[in-house]
Write a protein that binds this ligand. Structure first.
Ligand SMILES: Cc1cc2nc3c(=O)[nH]c(=O)nc-3n(C[C@H](O)[C@H](O)[C@H](O)COP(=O)(O)OP(=O)(O)OC[C@H]3O[C@@H](n4cnc5c(N)ncnc54)[C@H](O)[C@@H]3O)c2cc1C
Length: 373
């Protein structure tokens, strides 16, 4: 059986590994000239590490740092919730390019990659699917649309679906070459947030958000100058991290997600995966993780003794409700974090501070109850 994966982001390459593991011949079509990922860190949650391991992608734990529970601060450095041990699961932090490479290293002889191919359309009949680019056609029994938030294939199979929806804020990301003893965490101000965490090589991944109109071009000094201006008077090590980041490496993305309800993930022989299916704001750090878990779920259903149509319906039934919840929760956290009214920020910080203390006490009680007498 042949499958085509459109898009070689983290979702697409994981899907290729997963499908090959089920015995499919997989053709990956990617519009960029080269395979790879952007220069930023990414949080990977335990369930996604486990999903990767099930697919034979090992080594994520070794290449990653377990993010410590570091808490939430205000721009002046005052703790809102201080380094709490909330007893919750914690993700690992890894460089995106490293994660992408760990996954593509698993490609076997059943995976063929064609870069520089921009898919423009898809059509299907009883026996298969045809994927088109400007000057070529490709045929398979199944197509995985992993072509990201602005998915051409989502629009093709769900022409009435709404496109991406702007969140009201932009995000900056960078990796600073500085030596830090600070354990990391997040700082929330008025309409702005900053977070950072260490990578395994000692460098520090940071991200920041700021309320902003969609599509505004950066100022004359580029994103680095914009983000430095916005956060210059925030507590250390934030200015130090910004100063320690090469300006040309600072990334900026306006943040979008997909509106609910999400469209069905499958139609006939075409199935959506990752951001193409359920793009969410990055506030939970779960977008790529969900793409990984989609791929693992798809493989599980395809491996079973089911016809293709039933397997794809089960994939949709498993993944659409879970990811719809994440889209919603992530959007809500973003709204809370981006409040720019001073009074509401004081109320928000007060509520989060009390909530953090209660959660810490509950975690402590759980530990006492579970400890051997
Ligand atoms: C600031 C920020 C921070 C984030 N942090 C985290 C985090 O910590 N943890 C986490 O889990 N997630 C995080 N995310 C979300 C995560 O980046 C995405 O959910 C994830 O990259 C989606 O992967 P994907 O493979 O579905 O799509 P994409 O990464 O968008 O990949 C789509 C691929 O398809 C290709 N493509 C598109 N159109 C075509 C076409 N027509 N033909 C051929 N190829 C095409 C593109 O070139 C691209 O390679 C973050 C996102 C942002 C913006």
């Amino acid at each position: 059986m042949r499958a085509i994966v459109v898009g070689a982001g983290i979702g697409g390459v994981t899907a290729a590994v997963a499908l090959e593991g089920c015995g499919w011949q997989v053709l990956v079509l990617e519009r960029s000239a080269e395979l790879g990922e952007v220069g930023a860190g990414i949080s990977v949650w335990p369930s996604s590490v486990a999903a990767l391991e099930q697919l034979g992608v090992v080594g994520v734990q070794k290449a990653a740092v377990t993010a410590g529970p570091a808490g939430l601060r205000q721009p002046n450095g005052r703790w809102v919730v201080e380094a709490p041990d909330l007893g919750v699961e914690i993700p690992v932090m890894i460089h995106r390019a490293q994660l992408h490479e760990l996954i593509t290293d698993r490609f076997g002889p059943g995976v063929t990659v064609r870069t520089g191919i921009t898919v423009t359309g898809v059509s299907q009949d009883d026996s298969g699917v045809t994927v088109r680019s400007a000057d070529e056609e490709f045929r398979a029994e199944l197509v995985i649309a992993a072509d990201g938030i602005r998915s051409v294939l989502r629009s093709a199979i769900h022409p009435a679906s709404k496109g991406p929806r702007y969140s009201g804020y932009t995000a900056y990301r960078g990796i600073a070459d500085v030596d830090l003893s600070d354990g990391g965490g997040e700082t929330w101000g008025r309409g702005q947030r900053f977070g950072f965490a260490k990578l395994i090589d000692g460098r520090v991944y940071w991200y920041a958000t700021a309320n902003r109109e969609a599509g505004l071009p950066p100022g004359p000094g580029g994103p680095q100058a914009d983000v430095t201006r916005d956060f210059v008077d925030w507590h250390e090590p934030i200015p130090q991290l910004l100063a320690g980041t090469p300006p040309e490496q600072v990334l900026q993305n306006d943040i979008y997600d997909l509106e609910l309800p999400l469209v069905p993930f499958g139609t006939g022989r075409v199935v959506l995966l990752g951001d193409a299916a359920h793009a969410m704001t990055p506030n939970l750090g779960r977008g790529a993780c969900s793409a990984i878990e989609d791929a693992a779920a798809l493989a599980r259903h395809l491996r079973g003794d089911l016809d293709l149509s039933t397997a794809l319906s089960r994939y949709d039934a498993e993944r659409r409700p879970v990811t719809a919840r994440l889209v919603k929760q992530s959007r809500m956290i973003g709204r809370l974090g981006q409040i720019d009214n001073g009074v509401l920020c004081v109320v928000r910080d007060g509520v989060l501070g009390v909530g953090g203390k209660v959660a810490g006490l509950l975690a402590k009680r759980r530990r006492v109850e579970q400890s051997p007498v």
